[in-house]
Ligand binder design. Structure first.
Ligand code: UD1
Ligand code: MG
Length: 451
């Protein structure tokens, strides 16, 4: 059995934040989800997470196939593992929820380790804040926390990453014996080293090659540094793969985003979640895309898009907003101040100015005039609007849903459409214009007489 247990119950005191540390995001993805995905990549048979502080805020981030354990009060990393005692059998890799960048490959190699406890270590030029690996004759004898370290120990650059592999029996043996006699008065998992060695168990270390991959997040500054480092790594890899990034400093791409070679990312662009940007698409400047697919040759300019699928040869923006459930086929144009939510726009639809399309289905080559509003909400329910092919919706039309407009229909500008419009009909839903000849001149004459 290969198991990963992630510790994420800690207060994160040094973050100085009202929210639990592990919900803070790195490139649009909460710290904890980075670690959960690492465990998945390492093909763990079972994944467990220990929650405590602010558990109600962390819980919604956890996928349904991950087991949750609660540590009632945060008495230290060893106490956190104890909270998941029932989870411990077979080989267990412990990950800390605030060490997000470790690779799945390294974790899966730890499953193959033979010792009773294997510690993943790293050499850091500034090891401040980390537990130090203390060796005698080359062999690890203990881990000493920054707070408990002497000046000599503080000079050691080999640090504890907080990632370990244990066989469960040895882990339980150690947990039963760990005490809290240290400066913080916490039960330190790191004390397992001395306890296991004294009991005749084998403890080994593996040094990770990429020391940046074990950087932990304990303060807001460390979080910002980590974000910058990851962002740079992701941008470098994208550029190597043929993506044009005009200004890597202001371009942020999440770890689960796919950007195909030939795509162009312009300054101040943020692409997060499970997004996919196709070849020759151009994104930005000043655009945020979350969980979207963007087709070939599509331009998205100064816009905010989430949970949407956008086809090929489309033009979105400037200043468009696509909300979840939006499906846009090829050759569609969405222009300035147009908001689309939960709607299907077929090929060739144009909606270029000042419009709200919500819960709508729109047929091929239909033109939506400036200022069109689908009135989808009646205060109780969300209602649907169906518009056929080749429809011309005149400017400033209100479509009061539920309503259907047939193929080829024409709606006069300024209409309020409350009844279905048959195919190829002209619909006019506006007050008839009344012109009073020379009314203004007469009014002026009357008021000068009064003087
Ligand atoms: C810990 C290690 C340190 C290591 C560093 C790597 C210990 C005692 N120290 O220090 O050797 O170099 O990580 O980043 O293990 N947690 C709980 N319950 C608790 C306390 C902590 O679940 O009661 C969780 C936290 O949510 C966090 C992780 O354990 O994800 C580590 O806790 P943290 O307080 O950040 O430990 P560090 O001081 O960073
Ligand atoms: Mg930490």
């Amino acid at each position: 059995m290969k198991k990963v247990l992630i510790l994420a119950a800690g207060l994160g005191k040094r973050m100085n934040s009202p929210r639990p540390k592990v919900v803070h995001e790195v490139l649009g993805k909460p710290l904890l989800n980075w670690t959960i995905d690492v465990a998945k990549e390492a093909k763990a048979d079972e994944i467990g997470v220990v929650l405590g502080h602010g558990a109600e805020l962390v819980y919604p981030l956890i996928p349904s196939d991950v087991k949750v354990f609660i540590q009632e009060s945060q008495l230290g990393t060893a106490d956190a593992v104890k909270a998941a005692k029932n989870f411990l059998n077979g080989k267990v890799v412990i990950l800390y929820g605030d060490v997000p960048l470790i690779s799945g490959e390294v974790v899966s190699s730890l499953f193959e380790s033979k010792a009773n406890m294997t510690i993943l270590t790293a050499i850091l030029e500034t090891p401040f804040g980390y537990g130090r690996i203390v060796r005698e004759d080359g062999k690890v004898i203990k881990i000493v926390e920054e707070n408990d370290a002497t000046d000599d120990i503080r000079k050691i650059k080999e640090i504890n990453s907080g990632i370990y592999a244990f066989d469960s029996e040895s882990l339980v043996y150690a947990l039963d014996r760990i005490k809290n006699n240290n400066k913080k008065g916490e039960y330190y998992l790191t004390d397992a080293v001395e306890i296991l060695l004294a009991g005749g168990y084998a403890v080994e270390t593996v040094q990770v090659k990429n020391s940046n991959s074990v950087l932990g997040v304990n303060t807001q500054k460390e979080l910002a540094t980590l974000i910058k480092n990851v962002k740079d790594d992701i941008n470098d890899a994208l550029m190597d793969a043929g993506v044009t990034i005009e200004d890597p400093q202001t371009t942020f791409v999440g770890p689960d985003v796919i950007v195909e070679s030939g795509a162009v990312l312009k300054p101040f662009t943020f692409i997060y979640g499970k997004s996919r940007i196709s070849s020759n698409a151009s994104i930005g400047p000043e655009t945020t895309i979350v969980d979207c697919t963007v087709g070939n040759n599509t331009f998205v300019i100064r816009s905010d898009c989430s949970g949407s699928v956008i086809g090929n040869n489309c033009s979105i923006g400037p200043f468009s907003r696509l909300r979840p459930g939006t499906f846009i086929e090829d050759n569609v144009k969405i222009g300035n101040y147009v908001e689309v939510k939960n709607s299907h726009l077929s090929k060739g639809v144009k909606s270029q100015h000042l419009t709200y399309l919500g819960d709508a289905t729109i047929g091929e080559d239909t033109n939506i005039g400036a200022g069109t509003i689908t009135c989808n909400y009646d205060g109780v329910r969300k209602n649907k609007t169906f518009i056929g092919k080749n429809v011309f919706v005149g400017s400033n039309t209100a479509l009061v849903a539920p309503v259907k407009v047939g193929d080829g229909a024409l709606i006069g500008a300024g209409s309020t459409i409350t009844d279905d419009v048959p195919a190829y009909a002209l619909a006019l839903g506006r007050a008839k214009q009344l012109n009073k000849e020379e009314w203004v001149l007469k009014k002026r004459r009357d008021s000068s007489d009064e003087k």
